[in-house]
Design a protein around this ligand. Structure first.
Ligand code: NDP
Length: 246
């Protein structure tokens, strides 16, 4: 049986929301965690403190995942400082919703750059060292929007579908090196990303969720940690969505 302990954990977009809950779950297991964020220094520093209080170690670095050189530098520096990466989670993401008819080109490019190319930059940077070591586990965060498509989210649905295709292809490429790659596809989760969904729009969203509520970041993090350690699962897409019908 392959070792299913997480080893050193790297989380992109770890300072808030789902990434943050994931960092804390791994920190609670005593793992060494490195996470990146784009700009919110306060949230990142608070998380470092909280992880330490749980007995773990989480180190924050300001890295924009769209900057391939910065991502490569972050990965190399983390491996030099704490050792080889065992688990990598890509959670950095943004939305810029609107109907395609009125979508500014910039909103298309930003959403694809952060969600899809950002995930690519991280996976591309970690894959060769993992292949050399013949072990590693990747968990990429997609969305039910990438599974089913969601109106006003052509940019986001395309990027999140891309993550699924990428991960399945990669799982087939690197399985022979003992590396697994999986996807978690959350539904509507209570984070800053969904905080402005209020009134009628929130009620409509709730009515599409059989479990009748939004999920928590912790519930998604549980799925991430599970897949990260699931030694015979690769290329899978695990929906954490309360049964949402969209
Ligand atoms: P949040 O908005 O709560 O947090 C986003 C995190 O990503 C922050 O840590 C942020 O850093 C970081 N980030 C954003 N852009 C970049 C960038 N360019 N480079 C590095 N870090 C970046 O989002 P959620 O936790 O809600 O979402 C996490 C993931 O889950 C995303 O991929 C999202 O698409 C996906 N998802 C979320 C759902 C939801 O309902 N919330 C549903 C389905 C999928 P900083 O703090 O510095 O801004």
């Amino acid at each position: 049986m392959p070792d299913s302990s997480p080893g050193v954990v790297l989380v992109s977009g770890g300072s808030r929301g789902i990434g943050r809950a994931t960092v804390l779950r791994f920190a609670r297991q005593g793992a060494q965690v490195a996470f990146c964020y784009r700009s919110n220094k306060t949230a990142a520093a608070d998380l470092e403190k909280e992880a330490a209080e749980l007995g773990g170690r989480a180190v924050a670095t300001e890295v924009d995942v769209t900057d391939a050189d910065a991502v490569r530098g972050w990965v190399a520096e983390t491996e030099a400082r704490v050792g080889p990466l065992g688990t990598v989670v890509t959670s950095a993401g943004i939305v810029r919703d609107g109907p395609l008819l009125r979508m500014p080109d910039e909103d298309w490019h930003q959403v694809v750059d952060v969600n899809l190319s950002g995930m690519y930059n991280v996976c591309r940077s970690v894959i060769f060292p993992m292949m050399k070591r013949k072990s590693g586990s990747l968990v990429n965060i997609s969305s039910v929007s990438g599974v089913f498509g969601n109106p006003t989210q052509c940019n986001y649905s395309a990027a999140k579908s891309g993550i699924i295709g990428f991960t399945r292809a990669l799982a087939k490429e690197v399985g022979k090196y003992g590396i697994r790659a999986n996807v978690v596809a959350p539904g509507l989760i209570e984070t800053d990303m969904t905080a402005d969904l209020s009134g009628k729009r929130r009620q409509e969203a709730l009515s599409a969720i059989p479990l009748g509520r939004f999920g928590s970041s912790e519930e998604v993090a549980d799925a991430v940690v599970y897949l990260a350690g699931a030694s015979y699962i690769t290329g899978s897409v695990l929906q954490v969505d309360g049964g949402i019908v969209i």
